[in-house]
Design a protein around this ligand. Structure first.
Ligand code: XIL
Length: 361
């Protein structure tokens, strides 16, 4: 700036009563003016969460700081699955789950429980896999006792639960490769939800699944079953749409999946959102590198999910949870991938900006 125009600027500011603090400050800056408050993710009109892991909560202060600054809901990525909690029949290890839940409670963050009943082998404790009985009543008893013990233990600290995870196949049929389905039958979900409600009447109870954005048959089967359960008096409060998508996912089907879950009547939780840039669902490219072009495509997809979610009634918006927090810790990282809104140094990515655009526009 020319010296003469600096003088003119100073005079102009002085004449309109501005606080000109000289020398040092540029004439158009007021050092006493507070920074404009920046919009963060948790300023969204619904809860925004992340799936977390204990070693990072314990040892990485940046991780904790980002969570506290940006998120107001948490899910444990693995520590509240049955294999993690149940060490033997009637015996529990609460250590990691407690650490996570206490972190949430201490920081006034909502805690979502994931997940009570899931078929996946690696999420089942050994004693369940080895339990030698085909007696339906015995299996109902095992399941109800487990749910009662866990939900009662966390009562008042965990606000909501994925009661059943992934009961359906992509074609809308029941998943039969599922010990609970095999031992109890289709009504295993009824027993599970009833047991959870009985243990904590205040907790919101979800059915959670993936693929609703690409399979119409699956989302129809899920909504039909949820409606049927409700008409039988089974307490289901909402549907969790996992939403593990990628930069090429079909945008209109994402909107449709969210709309249809809302039309099903209860709460809608986008429960495990990540946007992969490497097509892992086909065959991941091991040499893929992160580029600005990928970043922009990912931004558009994140923005689209938030915009779509904002079209459903506010009373049904339970929130959107990312499956992770930053790119250095993601179940997809080794593909390689960069699926989250914060990069490996915790910097905000274009994806982050896309979300802010969606919630502020
Ligand atoms: C994944 C975790 O991210 C992995 O660390 C773990 O090895 C397997 O489970 N759907 C779910 C989540 O409901 O629990 C899964 O989490 C991802 C897919």
């Amino acid at each position: 700036m020319l010296y003469s125009s600096l003088i003119v600027g100073m005079l102009a500011l002085a004449s309109c009563g501005a606080n000109v603090d000289l020398p040092g400050a540029a004439p158009d800056e007021d050092p006493k003016k507070p920074e404009p408050t920046e919009t963060v993710l948790k300023d969204a009109p619904f809860k925004v969460g992340g799936a977390v892991t204990v070693p990072l909560l314990k040892n990485n202060s940046q991780y904790g700081d980002v969570i506290k600054a940006e998120l107001n809901s948490l899910t444990s990525e693995n520590d509240m699955k049955m294999n993690a909690l149940s060490t033997a029949e009637g015996a529990y290890d609460w250590t990691n789950a407690d650490y996570t839940v206490n972190f949430a409670v201490e920081n006034d963050i909502r805690m979502h429980g994931h997940t009570l009943i899931w078929y996946r082998e690696d999420a089942l404790p050994q004693w369940i896999k080895e339990y030698a009985s085909d007696d339906k009543d015995e299996w109902i008893e095992i399941m109800e006792t487990y749910i009662d013990d866990v939900v009662t233990y966390f009562k008042g600290r965990v606000d909501s639960w994925d009661v059943v995870n992934e009961a359906f196949e992509d074609d809308g049929e029941w998943r039969t490769e599922n010990i609970w389905y095999q031992k109890i039958g289709e009504d295993y979900m009824d027993y599970a939800f009833k047991a959870a409600r009985k243990a904590d009447p205040d907790a919101k109870l979800f059915y959670n699944d993936y693929g609703m954005e690409y399979s119409a048959a699956k989302r129809t089967a899920i909504c039909d079953e949820v409606m049927a359960m409700k008409s039988r008096g089974v307490p289901v409060d909402g549907i969790g749409i996992q939403m593990h998508i990628n930069i090429t996912s079909d945008k209109s089907s994402i909107q449709t999946a969210i709309n249809e879950a809302a039309l099903c009547g209860g709460l809608v939780h986008v429960s495990e959102l990540d946007v992969a840039v490497n097509p892992y669902h086909v065959a991941p490219d091991p040499s893929l590198v992160w580029t600005e072009e990928l970043a922009q495509k990912q931004k558009e997809m994140y923005k689209h999910v938030f915009e779509s979610y904002m079209t459903i009634p506010a009373a049904q918006q339970f929130g959107i949870t990312f499956w992770g927090v930053y790119d250095d810790h993601s179940w997809l990282k080794e593909n390689p991938d960069w699926p989250l809104p914060f990069d490996r140094e915790f910097e905000k990515k274009p994806a982050y900006d896309g979300i802010i655009e969606a919630i502020t526009e």
